[in-house]
Design a protein around this ligand. Sequence first.
Ligand code: NAD
Ligand code: ZN
Length: 360
Amino acid sequence: MNYKNFPMVPRVVFGRGSFNQLSEILTPKRLNLNAPFIFLVDDVFKNNTWITSRIPLSYDDKIIYISAAEEPKTSQVDELVEDIILTTKERPSGIIGIGGGTLLDLAKAVSIMLTNEGETKDYQGWDLVKNPAIYHVGIPTISGTGAEVSRTTVLTGPTQKLGINSDFTPFDQVVLDSELVKNVPKDQWFYTGMDCFIHCVESLKGSYLNTFSETYGNMAFQLCKEIFLGNNLSDVESQENLMMASWHGGMSIAYSQVGVAHAMSYGLSYLLGIKHGIGNCIVFDHLEEFYPEDVVLFKDMKMKHNIELPQGICSNLNDEEFDIMIGVALGLEPLWENALGKNWNKIITPKKLKELYQKM
Ligand code: NAD
Ligand code: ZN
C-alpha cells in the first residue's frame, strides 16, 4: 500500500467581515512594485461597490472580471495567462480568485500556467505539473464545491473535462468570509450546496472510504442535514455552517473519491454545458438504486425549498450524443471503482448508463 501524501491549504482566515483584512494578508506577499496582484473576480460583482471597493489595489494591480455563466475552459486559461504576461511588467506577485467554484478554479489554473510552459490542456490529469504555481488566494462567495480546499481545478478541454490534479494546485491562502455569500440566489444556493451534500454521500458510501474521509464526511453530512432540512438556524448560522460543510466535504473527497452522480454529471456538462451543481442534482434525483436513503433525503430537501429541476434534458439526443456522454462518464474509472467496487464494469455498462440518462 502506498499512501497519498496530501497537501493542504496552509493558511486560512475564517470570520464574518474578514474580507476587510485582504490588504494586510497580501501586502507581505508583494514581490516588488512591478509585480502586481491580479484579482480574478466574478462579473456578478462588477457594479457591487460593497465588494469591489474593498479589493485593495496599488501600483499595477488589476481586476479582471470574468463571467461564471460557463464553466472554465483550458483555452480560457491560456488566453488569460497570455493577457497577463503581455500586460504586466513582471510575473505577478499573486492571483486572487473571488467567486464560486468557477472563479476559484480559474485562479488556480492561471497561477499554475504562469510558471509552466505550453498549453493548459496538457496538464489535465494527475501530477503533470512540473513547477510550483505563483502565490494564489481563494475567496469563495458561494459555498459547496470544496474548490477552496481541493487539489484540483476542473477544466473543460478540447477532448475532455478533467482537472489539473497536482500538489501545486491548492491555494496558498483562503479567506472564508460568510458575509460574501449573502446575496446568492436561492436556486443557486441549493444547487451548489447540494454539490457538498453529494460529495459527502459519494465519499461516505464509497469503497475508498477511510477514517480520514469518514470523519470529515460525517461532519459535513450532518451540517448539510441541519442546513437543508432543519428549522433552527439563523441566516448567518446557515451561511457559516454551509461554508464549513463545503470545506469538510472537500477534505473528505480529498482522501477518497466522488461517485456515480459526478461521473454522470461530467457527461452532461461536457455534451450539454450543464453546470456542475445543477447537473449533479439532475443526476442524483435518479440514483435511488445506488444511494437509496440519501436520494430520499435529497428529495425532501428539494421539496422543502421548492426546487424544480429541469426535466427531459436528454429527450432529444441522438445515439451519437448519448455515446459521447457515456464515453465521458465511463472514462472516469476511479469514480466508478469508488462507487461500485473493483468489478464496477460488470454493473455499469453503456446500455445501463443510457437508460439512466434517458430518465433525465
Ligand atoms: P459558480 O462559480 O459557477 O457560480 C454559480 C453562479 O452563482 C454564477 O452565476 C455566479 O455568478 C453566481 N454567484 C457566485 N457568488 C455569488 C454571490 N455572492 N452573489 C450572487 N451570485 C453569486 O458556482 P459553483 O457551483 O460554486 O462552482 C461550479 C464550478 O466549480 C464548476 O466549474 C465545477 O467544475 C467547479 N468545481 C470544482 C471543484 C474543485 O475541487 N476544484 C469541485 C467542485 C466543483
Ligand atoms: Zn462536485
